[in-house]
Design a protein around this ligand. Structure first.
Ligand code: NAD
Length: 259
């Protein structure tokens, strides 16, 4: 299927690795020019070089922290009129809610709720004026089925989801859609980091933890960044103009509900 977005420009946040990189690669494969971001310049430049090697699109690598005003300003200066925005940032740490201070909450809300809202606010009116726009927020399966130790994530992402539910119904009149992709367990550095922590705590090998966790998923495995990127590229396509305000779960069937 031709997704009809060749030649467009996308900002893909937090995309040197993992799910963000999967989205950037899938968009590049569709001929979409990219502005990619991450904090560490070397890793980001390497990702940009890999994408350029495998496609003919233009790739601008903008190093910086997307959760800061300075980081967002740099990205928007590099691409003031994007056709596509993929919002992403690292997730908050796990823990016990008794221990979370106001500062912990402010960090989580800033990274996983207010940063995407600020970026949407910066680009969405231009998209509406140009009669094309696709915004995809990478959130979490925790939006649908909260995970107790990830309360900071449950709360911040639910806030973003509520905000988007309102405006996604307003922008679609101008062919600007806003949706979220909700990852379950995907095989990225973040998941690998969790396995390391569990392996240390339980005194079992990382491989054992990985096998156990994979077996609990109906698919018997974790998702891949490629699968995630493909779903993102479809939502960004010109074929997806009638999908807006949706929260799409990619979890191998782990959520047990009928709907
Ligand atoms: P990852 O650690 O593999 O990759 C994160 C990417 O974001 C890296 O490129 C990193 O450099 C970049 N990044 C992080 N913070 C940034 C910041 N402040 N500014 C700019 N770049 C930043 O993580 P991932 O697994 O791809 O996860 C992406 C998002 O999806 C996270 O919010 C995570 O909590 C969420 N999520 C992931 C899973 C999973 O199983 N992988 C499940 C549910 C939710």
């Amino acid at each position: 299927m031709d997704l009809g977005i060749s030649g467009k420009w996308a900002i893909v946040c937090a995309s040197s690795k993992g799910l963000g990189r999967g989205c950037a690669e899938a968009l590049a494969a569709e001929g979409v020019n990219l502005v990619i971001t991450a904090r560490t310049r070397e890793t980001l430049e390497q990702t940009a070089a890999d994408i350029r090697k495998n496609s003919s699109v233009e790739v601008k690598a903008i190093a910086g922290d997307i959760t800061t005003e300075e980081g967002r300003d740099k990205v928007l200066a590099a691409c003031p009129a994007p056709d596509i925005l993929v919002n992403n940032a690292g997730g908050p740490p796990p823990g016990d809610y008794h221990d979370w201070t106001l500062d912990d909450w402010n960090k989580a809300l800033n990274a996983n709720m207010l940063t995407p809202i600020e970026l949407i606010k910066a680009v969405v009116d231009g998209m509406r004026a140009r009669k094309f726009g696709r915004v995809v927020n990478i959130t979490s399966s925790a939006v649908k089925a909260p995970i107790d130790i990830l309360g900071l994530s449950n709360g911040a992402r639910a806030g973003l989801t509520g905000f988007v539910a309102g405006i996604a119904r307003k922008t679609v009149i101008d062919n600007v859609t806003i949706n979220a992709l909700l990852p379950g367990p995907f095989d990225t550095d973040r998941l690998r980091g969790n396995f390391e922590a569990v392996s240390k705590a339980r005194g079992v090998s990382i491989e054992e933890v990985r096998k156990e966790r994979a077996a609990t998923n109906p698919a018997g495995r974790f998702g891949t960044a490629e699968e995630f990127g493909a779903a993102c590229a479809f939502l960004c396509s010109d074929k997806a103009g009638y999908i807006t305000g949706q929260n799409i779960l990619l979890d191998g069937g782990a959520f047990p509900g009928t709907l």
